[in-house]
Design a protein. Structure first.
Lengths: 374, 374
């Protein structure tokens, strides 16, 4: 199952619906399932692109909403695009801006959405076409079509309207993306987004509509936005079922181990989330035995590394007690150390998931993961 | 000129009074003149001990005042001392706590000083003996005798009393240090501190008193505490003149290039200051052409590295424009990048100073430095 479409994607191994894939484009190849750290404002908070290289990150996410407002996509273009601006030579996926915008209670109409900048209160407008143009200007490798993403819980009519507009906007976004394609941008790709809230028939309808339009990859949006994990599972599974096997699938906004194994077991390939990096900045570390908050007094005398069962990363040289001290006196480097740890831990978790799939052990990997994180 | 005293110290080259020395003890050897980054609370703000190793730092400073209060020297001892606690295997110099305490308007008497914790308002007491014990417990390589350090300007009587108490306290500190010396601590060393404000005869008197007691090295304190650089020069020179040539000399609290060349030209060997790291956290970079504040709008479109004439450090991969963006949206990693840059720059500056001395070019190096930084 290989396709000549960009990104090139081939499935290397399967275990149930779970799969290991190879995704490659422009600058870089990577194995899926993969986790993409969130570099909101052209930087993953507290760390640099050099740190991300050393961590082995393959692809990071940039937020169109933030970047179009500060410093503005035109300025970034003057530097040669977001890769050059942030000095990051592997892959970048940009979101469409929609997710952030819809959290600001914007004015939505059939044509697009008008919202207020959180920076200075000025008004801005995004349309499907505008979102394509901004992402082209940023020069991301993978860009997202503008969708309508309502927070949950939501009334059925809200979800129905979201599915309808998402489909119309996806058509416009795809047409505009293809129209603007040039020799220069021919290796950039565009993913469509499935909506539908928790309603299975709307999930199916939305998936079929987006696949019908035809994108380079498919994302599941509108989940992990306020519902429980239990509520998320069926709509996630239903959305995935109707996506083509030969293209990459991306679940937007998921990063906890329990959620990840569930999504991987449906056959999802790509993930992003602020969860591991935000937890880190609040003193929480991911460990093989679950999450721990190192601000707690009980760690003051601990000379153990952050996760005694995961010492491959350079951050294992500092003890829990030392990090607890840094947190308690407000030293900013504590957030950096824990960000490096949580990302390294998450990348190792994804690596273990891939190995489990390749050795037909994913069921057991999922069971063990849910035992601790479920 | 080599001495068997700890630290071992030998002068390798001289140019006028300026000199290049080799200092070695316990764990590490280094060349002087050397700059010691300030790791106030067991960490140089925004960076880790791994970063310091990669920068080539040889020795860092720890603040006894902060460490005795948080997390407390006894806790640090449970980890095996400050080196193990912070996972830093090169040298550590600890101050006596006096400098910070005297900035808090404490109650001073002939026996010691009582002060209020900035953390929780609790009262604490430092005496010359207590300062030795705390620094022994922290396990620093070089410790400082407790002195009386009045901020400038100050009345003559204030300075006279400070010189007198500094001498009495130095005697007690030295006696206590030598009494407590064991096989285990035999490679730890203790420096005495010269006071005397801006008064040349008091400077001379204090220097002679402290040398008379006999320490492993000598520090010039009570300068760079509010006076102009012009005012500082003669008292600095007068203090240094009466120190033995064969022992290391340390100027406390100096880190700007103009101050450094002046002090080096007097024959001073060691320096510490929060200046380069504090500037970094406020967006200011040291460059070959002087300091620049990268928050300024004029850098928004600059694709030049931080200092186009100093690109040996890894931080030169990011442009002034990118860092300006990070500063303007409050990304904490901007402080990290500039801290790494300013320290690398300062270390390179010290390296150039050593090379100038070794090639008998220090006069020219000083002239050029003062042209830009004077």
């Amino acid at each position: 199952m290989t396709s000549e479409q960009t990104p090139r994607f081939s499935v290397l191994a399967r275990d149930g619906n779970a799969r290991v894939g190879e995704l490659s484009m422009n600058r870089h190849s990577l194995q899926t399932p993969t986790f993409m750290p969130v570099g909101t404002r052209g930087s993953v908070r507290t760390i640099t692109s050099q740190d991300l290289e050393e961590l082995g990150a393959d692809i990071i996410l940039g937020n169109t909403y933030h970047l179009m407002l500060r410093p503005g996509e035109k300025l970034i273009k003057e530097f040669g695009g977001l890769h050059e601006f942030a000095n990051w030579n592997r892959l970048i996926l940009t979101d469409s801006g929609g997710y952030q915008v819809f959290s600001l209670e914007p004015d939505v109409d059939d044509d697009g959405v008008t919202f207020k900048s959180t920076y200075d209160g000025s008004y801005h407008r995004l349309t499907p076409e505008k979102a394509v143009e901004i992402q082209n200007t940023l020069g991301s490798d993978i860009q997202m079509a503008l969708d309508v993403c309502p927070p949950l819980p939501a009334d059925k009519e809200v979800i129905e309207l979201a599915v309808e507009r998402t489909q119309l906007w996806a058509e416009r976004a795809r047409r505009h993306f293809l129209n603007l394609k040039t020799e220069l941008t021919k290796d950039q790709s565009q993913f469509g987004i499935v909506q539908g809230g928790l309603d299975l028939s709307l999930r199916r309808k939305s998936a079929e509509q987006i696949v019908e339009i035809g994108f380079d990859g498919y994302a599941i949006g509108g989940l992990s936005v306020g519902e429980t994990r239990e509520e998320m599972l069926d709509p996630m599974s239903e959305s995935t079922k109707h996506l083509p096997l030969e293209r990459p699938r991306y679940f937007m906004g998921l990063g906890d181990p329990a959620g990840l194994v569930e999504a991987i077991s449906c056959g999802i390939d790509m993930f992003d989330c602020v969860w591991p990096t935000r937890l880190a900045r609040h003193g929480t570390a991911l460990t093989t035995q679950g999450r721990i908050n190192l601000s707690a007094a009980k760690y003051a005398k601990s000379d153990e590394p952050i996760d005694p069962e995961f010492t491959e990363n350079s951050t294992s040289r500092w003890s829990r007690g030392y990090i607890r001290h840094l947190l308690s006196v407000g030293e900013p480097v504590a957030g950096r150390i824990l960000t490096l740890h949580n990302l390294a831990w998450t990348f190792a978790f994804m690596q273990r998931a891939r190995e489990a799939i390749m050795s037909d052990n994913f069921k057991e990997f999922r069971r063990k993961t849910l035992e601790i994180w479920g």
